[in-house]
Each structure stands twice: as structure tokens, then as C-alpha cells.
Design a binder for this molecule. Sequence first.
Ligand SMILES: [Zn+2]
Length: 314
Amino acid sequence: MKFNPRARLDRSQVRNRGGGGTTSRGMGFPMPTGRGGGMPGGMVGGGGVGGIILLIVVLVVAAKCGAGLPGTSSGVSADAEGDILSECSTGADAEKEQECAILATVNSVQAYWAEALPEQAGMEYENSQWQNFRGSTSSGCGQASSSTGPFYCPADKQVYIDLTFFDAMLEEQLGATGGDFAEAYVVAHEYGHHVQDLVGTLGRYQSRETGPTSPSVRIELQADCYAGMWANAATTTTDENGEPFILELTDEDIAEAIDAATAVGDDRIQERSQGRVNPEQWTHGSAQERVDWFMTGYESGDMDECDTFSTDDL
Ligand SMILES: [Zn+2]
């Protein structure tokens, strides 16, 4: 993947934040421990108090540093430990820094859906802010920690991730090769859940049921398909000046996404963690299914082709 040095990045779409606490329930990537296969249903509040505490922390940190807040219209950056994000301005920065690459990817994915959702579903897309945290943080879906992996929280419509997930979990624990397009796949998958939330799919199919044809698996495979749709349009999706965020996607990039989708397949994770496969516990689908649905989205670019709910041939 090659970012366009002329693309302008919109920093307001990503926020760095601190945190506290240990567990969460959201639309997570499954972790080998089994803790992260979160369900969308029954989100209990708790973000309210956490939000207030966080805001106070932000204000205290901002006052302490005596520094001007970063110059984004919406933006208060909560990052007190060397703010790389505030330096991310262009695609050239995305080529150099992981945080800027994530920001550029978030920008591209959301610019894509801002066009595709009205075209294909007849409804407006609303941006969802990407929340970078370190260690743990509060969310509208409860407390989040790095061990839960990235997740989408329907209660506050935001995506949460501890960026150490990519090295520590995706590569080391899940055995993926990694790479910037593997990370882009994860970003696009999480925004797939946001799209499902906007069109009502998440609300309709909320369930704690598991199994190879469970609603949870269908939701996850559809998010993979939506991630593929973005990949299909990644080099033609532009910033507000008409500059594409991404200039080039190679077969190797797609292979990175496929490798990551394989690594997070339920069967692979079960094999690694339990030494056997039990489809009745699946929440995200098998490695092959995840790859197949990503490729369906990638090859078609069509939401209708991503209907994982009207087939038993997943
Ligand atoms: Zn998911």
C-alpha cells in the first residue's frame, strides 16, 4: 500500500485517549483467550461516569501542560505522552508513522462510505471517531483493555483500539504476518460494523447465540465483506481536494489482508488456543469464510453481494 503524499489527513477522525478498567463488550476481534468475542447486545451504561472522569483528566492534563490544544475544530487530544497524531498532516506522514497510517486509513474508509452508503443504501453516512487508547479506557460499552482487541461500540458509535494489538495480538498471538494493509483490513472491518449500525443490521440481529450460522457470525462476515468493498475502491477514494489517500494496492497488500483474515478465523484461533475446533462456539466465522467474504466485497464492491443473512452457504 502506498499513501499519496499529497493527500490531506483529517485529524478530527481519530482521537488519542487515556483510560482505566479491565473489560469490555463490543464488536471485537476474537482473542485467543476467548475474552474478546464480544456481543453487540445488552450494552450496559457506565461510559457516562467514565466519560466525565476522562474529561476531567483531559482538562487537568491540558492545564498542566499549558499547551494549546491541537488545532482541529472538534478536537481535544487526550494524549499526554508524545503526540504523534498531532503531527499527522499528509499521506507522506502516513508512509512514515503507524499512527498517521491508521489515520489515513480511517479517513479513506470513511470517505468511501460517505459516497457508497448514499449510492447503495440511499442513506447518509455519519462519521465515527476512532479512539486510540493505551492499556485501558472507558467506552459506552463498558471498560476496554488492550487484551479485548479492537471493537466497535454501538452505544456511542465509536471504534476503540489499543494499537499494540497489531504487534502483540495480531502478529505474536494470532500468528499473522501483519503489515500496513493487514492493519487497514482491521480498520475497515470495524467501520463495517459502524455501517451495519447505521443501516440497522446490528440492532436487528443482536444475539448472544454462537455457532457456524449464528447471527454473530453473519454480522462478522458481513463486516469482512464491507472491508473488502472499501479495498475495492481504496485507490479511487479521495480527500476533499480530490487527492486519493492511497495510490497503489498490490497483490501483496491483498495477501496481507487475507493472511490477517485467516489468522482471526474462529477455527484458527481455537486450534491455537485449545488444540481443537468447536464450530458451536464460533462468533466470527472460519478462516476460509472470512477470506471468502472479504474477497466477495473486494471483487464486487456491492453491498447486496454482502448479504450474509440470506444464505446458509457462508
Ligand atoms: Zn467484528
